[in-house]
Write a protein that binds this ligand. Sequence first.
Ligand code: ADP
Length: 268
Amino acid sequence: MNAHMTDIAGQQDVPFYRPVGNECTVFETAHANGLPLLLKGPTGCGKTRFVEHMAARLGRPLYTVACHDDLSAADLIGRYLLRGGETEWVDGPLTRAVREGAICYLDEVVEARKDVTVVLHPLTDNRRRLLIDRTGEELAAPSGFMLVASYNPGYQNILKRLKPSTRQRFLSIGFGFPDAATEIAVVTRESGLEENRVAPLVRLAGHVRTLSGMDLEEGISTRLLIYAATLIAGGMPLERALEVAVIEPLTDEADVQQALRDLIAVVY
Ligand code: ADP
C-alpha cells in the first residue's frame, strides 16, 4: 500500500490526508491555544491518519495509545520497574508526551479504565498539569503538548459512555465517511487501483452504509475499501476480494452475507 508521503509543498514525510472539511484548521487552532480535541466517528474513517498528518505538519512527535478495557492510569503515566535489582521509574507515553511537548492520541478513550479520567481532568482544563502521584512530581504541559482522543459513538452503551464532565473539556469534531469524490481519491491513492475501478467500490459502500443499523452494526469503512482495492490491484478476482475484504469482515450472519452478495450483483 502506498500509505505515506504527501503533496503539501515542501513537506516530506507528512502522511497523506485528504481533508473533508475544516478539520485541519480546527486542529491547528486547538494546538495553538493548548486546547484538547475529541474526534468522534466510526472505525476506519480516517481519524488516526488525520492525527498522524497533523502531528507531522506541526512538527510535533506523536504518541498514540490504543485504549482497551484494562488500560489504567499507570499505563499512561508510568511505573516503577525492577531493573537489575534496582527499582527505576519509567515514564508512560502520556508523561513522555507532556515532557517533550508532543501530541498524545488516546484512541478509543472510552474503553480505558475509570482512573484514566482522573488523570485527564487536570490536563484538559486551564491547569494543563500532569500529576504523577507515585513520584510526587507535577508537570506543567509546555505549549507544544496537545491531548487528542477519539471515540466511536456507535459502540456506546450505558456502561461505556464518555461522561459530560469529561467530554465538555474537549473541542470536538464529528467524523463520518467521506463524500464519494473524496473517498474515491483516498482509496485510489492508498491502493494504487485505477479510479474507474475504485468508483464502483465506493458506490457499493454508499449502498451498504444506508443498510447500517438494520442488519449491520456499522457500514463499510474506508479502510475495508482500501483493502478490497489493494487486493484487486494485486490481481485478485473481484468476487474473491469482495468476499474477504467486505462480506466476511462485515458480518457473521449467513443471510446478511447473502444480502450483501445480492447488492454487489446489482452494483456490478
Ligand atoms: P480510524 O482511526 O478512524 O479508525 P484510520 O485513520 O486508521 O481510521 O483510517 C483507515 C485508513 O483509511 C487509513 O489508513 C487511510 O489509508 C484511509 N483514510 C481514511 N480517510 C482518509 C483521508 N481523509 N485521507 C487519507 N486517508 C484516509
